[in-house]
Design a protein around this ligand. Structure first.
Ligand SMILES: *[C@@H]1O[C@H](CO)[C@@H](O)[C@H](O)[C@H]1NC(C)=O
Ligand SMILES: *[C@@H]1O[C@H](CO)[C@@H](O)[C@H](O)[C@H]1NC(C)=O
Ligand SMILES: *[C@@H]1O[C@H](CO)[C@@H](O)[C@H](O)[C@H]1NC(C)=O
Length: 489
């Protein structure tokens, strides 16, 4: 299980997921898309909380409830008398089962943190927390999908935490919330909105600044480009030059069928965009999950650069595909129409409030130009859901503009961890905001690497990153217990 995340990328090519430039490229998840959900260990106990459908309204339907899943591991809990800390992992856009086996941060650090209990909560409407039928039904029903929002989700988490502290008589136990990617955004927003419930947050790879044009549109693909360029200049050049070669071929008679042969596609390509989207996704995912010890970017470039002398550009690109995906009889390049929960749910979330404008200009990355157009995006959302997105809501509700100015005196106890090779780090918090709102990043780290299960082969910089995070959290506890002591005497 420890090695799952390191080698998971090998399985990638069998699956497609939504990656057009107009939506988020990699899914915004700590978990590589291809990791197979493992079963949750027996130390975990699953419960369901009868959750309020609508925390912010008093309409009759607001009182409808649904069963929200949460999972507890309290095997070694020191108990309420000790005010032992509680760690709460926030689920994000997918079933919780996919995260639990590989999110190792809590597990690995339990001894050092005198960690006694940790709770993982399933984001509303994902996994086994879907109200009223299937997620498909929820998303397709204009009367229910409106309840599928980040504000409702963190209100759910607040309600469960308050309920659990009460149930465990652990009112004075400090709570730390943890999440990765979208879950990391939720953790940091939770700390800002519910300081009375969580004393701190670890927000791993949380691009909370990738909204409302705070981060340049091309941030994501600029990092992907840099990753490849730093791995190999010639590999970068080859990729950069390949798009026009593909276009040129595609414009010839029988060009598309020729491309299908060159790339051994399992079924004939319909258009050259299918091939280009496929490659785009491959490069983006390789960069996002460029985890040690295998470093997928290096693997792709190994294929591209390692092709025999005289291999043409298409041959080199194909060698990259093979290096990444392994030798196969054919490569499936058609986007699957799979209605996974993540695709369904995330599509709605990005079309409502989580508008992440990822695009690229004409010569700023190794990819062809594909600017993000809010207009086009809004139109596509209108046609899917009949309502336009609210691109300014996230910054209105949670903030983001002038974050240092705003948060330096107001906020405390948030770690924004990042790896700079992760394309989403471009929208992350990378500057120190105050003595306790801190960026902890590594130059060579990738998406959510710090919260994944540790391994013997972890590089020293990653071990250090985790150690620093633990030390900071210990400091928060020390202060908290000192305050508790003072106030109780
Ligand atoms: C929660 O903490 C316990 C140790 O107290 C550990 O065994 C368990 O794996 C942790 N759960 C997670 C999700 O890390
Ligand atoms: C595009 O970028 C490349 C490399 O960064 C540079 O050499 C080239 O001059 C640029 N072309 C244009 C038209 O700006
Ligand atoms: C990051 O990786 C590169 C090689 O890929 C290496 O040269 C560099 O020293 C590493 N940086 C750190 C801070 O570990």
């Amino acid at each position: 299980m420890k090695h799952q995340i390191s080698f998971g990328w090998l399985l990638l090519l069998s699956v497609t997921f939504f990656t057009t430039v107009s939506s988020a490229p990699g899914r915004l998840s700590p978990v590589h898309p291809k990791i197979k959900p493992a079963s949750v260990s027996e130390d975990f106990e699953t419960f369901f909380y009868t959750q309020t459908l609508d925390h912010f309204n008093y309409k009759p339907e607001s009182y409808r409830t649904f069963q929200q899943r949460y999972i507890i591991n309290s095997k070694h809990w020191g108990g309420a008398e000790e005010n032992a800390p509680i760690f709460a992992y926030f689920g994000e856009e997918g079933p919780l089962d996919e995260d639990l086996p590989i999110i190792g941060f809590l597990n690995d650090n339990a001894p050092r943190l005198t960690l006694r209990i940790n709770i993982s909560k399933q984001h509303r409407f994902y996994g086994k927390s879907v109200p009223f039928g299937t997620l498909d039904e929820v998303i397709n029903d204009e009367n229910t999908r409106g309840y599928f929002s980040s504000a409702q989700a963190i209100a759910d988490y607040a309600e469960v935490l308050v309920y659990l502290k009460e149930k465990l008589s652990a009112q004075n136990s400090p709570v730390i919330v943890i999440g990765g990617s979208y879950g990391g955004m939720l953790a940091s927003w939770f700390r800002l909105k519910y300081p009375h419930i969580a004393i701190g947050a670890l927000a791993s790879s949380a691009p909370i600044l990738y909204f409302d044009n705070i981060t340049p549109q091309d941030g994501y693909y600029s990092v992907v480009t840099n990753d490849f360029r730093e791995a190999s200049e010639s590999c970068y050049e080859t990729i950069r030059n390949s798009w026009s070669v593909i276009d040129e071929l595609a414009s010839r008679p029988n060009g598309i069928s020729f491309l299908s042969q060159r790339f051994k596609t399992c079924s004939p390509l319909g258009t050259s965009s299918e091939l280009k989207d496929y490659l785009d996704t491959m490069y983006a995912v390789a960069a996002q999950y460029n985890h040690p010890p295998t470093y997928p970017v290096t693997v792709v470039c190994g294929g591209i650069d390692g092709a025999p002398e005289g291999t043409d550009i298409l041959g080199r690109i194909f060698a990259g595909v093979v290096a990444y995906g392994g030798e196969r009889s054919c490569y499936e390049m058609k986007k699957s129409n799979s209605a996974s929960q993540t695709n369904l749910g995330w599509s709605w979330q990005t079309c409502s409030e989580l508008v992440i404008p990822i695009g690229r200009g004409s010569n700023d990355t190794m990819f062809p130009s594909a600017p993000f157009s809010l207009n086009d995006f809004a139109n596509s959302c209108m046609s899917k859901y009949g309502v336009p997105p609210r691109p300014h809501w996230v910054t209105t509700y949670y903030g983001g503009h002038d974050i240092k100015l705003v948060l330096q005196r107001f906020a405390s106890n948030i770690i924004f961890s990042n790896g700079l090779r992760d394309p989403y780090s471009s929208g992350g918090v990378l500057e120190k905001i105050s003595d306790s709102v801190l960026p902890i990043y590594t130059v060579n780290g990738s998406h959510c690497l710090d919260i994944l299960t540790s391994s013997q082969s972890d590089p020293q910089w990653l071990v250090m990153q985790r150690q620093v995070e633990i030390e900071i959290i210990r400091g928060w506890f020390a202060k908290y217990y000192a305050d508790l002591h003072t106030l109780q005497i």
